[in-house]
Design a protein around this ligand. Structure first.
Ligand SMILES: Cc1ncc(COP(=O)(O)O)c(C=O)c1O
Length: 423
């Protein structure tokens, strides 16, 4: 018999078997900590969203429970086509320029698989959503990292910037694509027109694709504007814009997302998707279509859910920043998204005895905060390449899309901590 190890994973899996969520989700659960870390809302979705799903469940139309069109449920792509025709400032063909996927995750995965050959380089602006690296590696691609850097004493994500020369130096003839995310996880940065133009100019100059992860597209504060890079001159032709129902309607468990791109790109992404999920759940697609149909006529008005969500989150953001400041964190105020980076440098905790691992400081801080103070967060150095982890390790990431009662529970824990400090 052969001595083959039947449990040996494929080589491409090596080094990708752990991720930050596994440890820190379990830690939050085991210590019954108030979870101010992980990026899921603990609020109920808007009533028109849940009611739409209820109506689908009670429907007498058998078809809503059966397989639907592989590229996306017709009713859903139809309304997304109308919406993105407005947002992209061009006619979007629902049947050839939109692909529905299992969350933004599957859009990302299928996009990388669809255009990368072994050795192709992909520039990742960091910090980055952690699945980009394994997904690019599984497709044979080679990640190249360019960090956004916080200026000295940064107080807002406007102070987290890209360096033009550093970005351009990452491009070469092997560069196949660039991926970035705006509004940004984990910082909450909203890329400015100048920064997007810089990325666009380089994409055009080096003839590369642009993967624009815009899952937090509706979450911008203080009058910041979310600009879609696909709307800049010469960019539609080379951009895949990725969205998420989970982030749009606070229903992360529905796991529906979409790619919007020229038909030549969508066709290839769909070739992969047809071998992964082939078709997504019909009931949730039908309900999501109804939710967008409800929202479409309200777009830009005071009654728009997207507008209400933004105002609600801005208040939660401000409350969280205040609470964090009271115990000595220095939060960076995000212009978008639902995360906040808080600088821990002024909080004096000695981890030498507490945590003897070689992990970055933020990992130790979050373990300590969860176990000793009952507050769970996420260490942001997980969103950096190994050579740039030091850019993130003095921060920890908090998430503020939480019920007021959860924020109040967090506030109580923070207050107890503050009382201890001031004794
Ligand atoms: C930047 C970013 N992209 C993609 C995703 C995945 O979105 P989905 O839940 O729709 O797969 C997330 C989820 O947290 C995210 O933060």
């Amino acid at each position: 018999m052969s001595s083959r190890d039947i449990y040996k994973p494929a080589d491409k899996l090596i080094g990708h078997d752990k991720n930050v969520w596994m440890e820190f989700t379990a830690l939050a659960r085991d210590y019954k900590a108030v979870n101010l870390g992980q990026g899921f809302p603990d609020l109920l979705p808007a009533h028109f969203v849940s009611e739409a799903l209820g109506r689908v469940a009670a429907s007498k139309n058998f078809a809503v429970n059966q397989y639907t069109r592989s590229q996306g449920h017709p009713r859903l792509v139809s309304v997304l086509g109308k919406l993105y025709t407005i947002l992209m400032k061009r006619e979007i063909d629902p049947l050839s320029e939109i692909l529905i996927t299992g969350g933004a995750y599957e859009s990302l995965f299928c996009a990388f698989q669809s255009f990368l050959n072994p050795g192709d380089e992909v520039i990742i602006i960091e910090p980055f959503f952690d699945c980009y690296v394994p997904q690019i590696s599984f497709a044979g691609g080679v990640p190249k990292f360019v960090p956004i850097r916080a200026k000295e004493n940064a107080t807002s994500t406007k102070d987290w910037v890209l360096d033009k020369e550093e970005l351009e130096s990452a491009f070469n003839e092997n560069t196949r694509a660039i991926i970035f995310n705006t509004p940004h996880n984990p910082t909450g940065k909203v890329f400015s027109l100048e920064e997007l133009q810089l990325i666009a100019d380089l994409c055009i100059k080096y003839n590369v694709l642009c993967i624009s992860d815009e899952v937090y597209e509706w979450l911008v504060y203080d009058g910041a504007e979310h600009i879609r890079i696909a709307t800049l001159p010469g960019m539609w032709e080379r951009t895949v814009t990725i969205g998420s129902a989970g982030k749009t309607f606070s229903v992360t468990g529905w796991k529906l997302g979409w790619s919007i791109a020229p038909k030549e790109l969508i066709k290839n992404i769909q070739t992969v998707q047809a071998q992964v999920t082939y078709t997504l759940a019909t009931p949730t697609q039908e309900a999501l279509a109804e939710a967008f149909e409800h929202e479409l006529p309200l777009l830009g008005t005071e009654k728009s859910y997207f507008k209400e969500l933004g105002s609600m989150l801005q208040q939660k953001r401000d409350l969280m920043a205040k609470l964090l400041r009271e115990v000595g964190f220095k939060p960076t105020i995000p212009e978008g998204g639902y995360f906040m980076m808080a600088d821990t440098s002024d909080i004096d905790v000695n981890f030498d005895e507490y945590d003897k691992s070689d992990d970055p400081q933020d990992y130790k801080f979050v373990r300590w905060l969860t176990k000793e103070k009952g507050i769970a967060a996420i260490p942001p150095s997980a969103f950096y390449s190994s050579q740039h982890k030091h850019h993130g390790s003095k921060y920890i990431r908090f998430c503020f899309i939480k019920e007021d009662s959860t924020l109040q529970k967090g506030a109580k824990k923070l207050k107890e901590w503050k009382d201890e400090i001031s004794k």
